[in-house]
Design a protein around this ligand. Structure first.
Ligand code: OGA
Ligand code: MN
Length: 287
């Protein structure tokens, strides 16, 4: 069967209907989804309440899965699979965590524009986020199109960026939020990696800006100058014209390409339950 996609934004993002992600996909459907991802960067599948098994099976169609923040955190998980990231404000006992609990910091870190696991090599390719419980208001997720943002940069700035690389570090976003109580072992568990500020998207040949909250500074530039360059690029890329905002319903599955979109959660009342679950593939072709 062929997969039908409806545009959700003039530049990127599409809704996909007439597919049941709970069923095993054939190779034609998998290729179709990859082709759509190369073009659209964000795909929204409504009404797909996946079990953990189904979510893992769906994700494995697109390559090896990654464990993300697991190495730093080393906390037990509520899930059956270590590869499922718990994107929630719920503690291990199943209750909504206290607002000052350490484990809710991740919810706030996710509200900074970022690309999942850009602090590791290989980084993440596709994230597949499934909504289990959504709060009564707030808690949307936004995506910005880093290919369109690159294309819209002035030519002279595009050339200035050629050859520049940023360092990405797993705890950078935590430090930004004042969450600094990490042991030496935790700080060193995931050594920083560097990525070019401008990369080329394998599936489309288009260039994109690769930045976000894990990027701490620009190699070879004074820290302040590099940080302000990163801040300026982020401000440019996250102008409204480049942003698609997803309002969640329970059972939505949203899939995005971490190479060429950044994303962030929006604020919500942290004492209201919000539970999402993410599976993520590795961008293993780039090492
Ligand atoms: C994620 C993430 C944002 C949100 O799942 O990787 O950053 O809105 N989520 O929960
Ligand atoms: Mn994320």
């Amino acid at each position: 069967m062929s997969v039908v996609a409806n545009p959700l934004h003039p530049l990127f993002a599409a809704g996909v209907e007439d597919i049941d992600l709970r069923e095993a996909l054939g190779s034609t459907e998998v290729r179709e989804i990859e082709r759509l991802m190369d073009e659209k960067s964000v795909l929204v599948f409504r009404g797909q309440p996946l079990s953990q098994d189904q979510q893992i099976a769906f994700a494995r169609n697109f390559g090896p899965l990654e464990g993300g923040f697991i190495k730093v955190n080393q906390r037990p998980s509520r899930f059956k699979y270590a590869e499922l990231a718990d994107i929630s404000n719920v503690s291990l006992d199943g209750k909504v965590a206290q607002r000052d609990a350490r484990e809710v910091v991740g919810n706030f870190a996710n509200q900074l524009w970022h690309s999942d696991s850009s602090f590791q090599q290989p980084a993440a390719r596709y994230s597949m986020l499934s909504a289990v419980v959504v709060p009564p208001s707030g808690g949307d997720t936004e995506f910005c199109d880093m290919r369109a943002a690159y294309d819209a940069l002035p030519r002279d700035l595009q050339s200035e960026l050629e050859g520049l690389r940023a360092e990405h570090y797993a705890l950078n976003s935590r430090f930004l939020l004042g969450d600094t109580d990490y042991s030496e072992a935790q700080r060193n568990a995931m050594p920083p990696v560097t990525w070019p500020l401008v990369r080329t998207h394998a599936g489309s040949g288009r260039k994109f800006l690769f930045i976000g909250a894990h990027a701490s500074h620009v190699e070879g530039l004074p820290v302040a100058e590099g940080r302000m360059l990163l801040a300026e690029l982020l401000e440019h890329a996250t102008q409204r014209e480049f942003v698609y905002r997803h309002r969640w319903n329970v059972g939505d599955l949203v899939m995005w390409d971490n190479r060429c979109v950044l994303h962030r959660g929006r604020r919500y009342d942290i004492s209201a339950r919000r539970e999402l679950r993410r599976a993520t593939t590795l961008d293993d072709a780039v090492v």
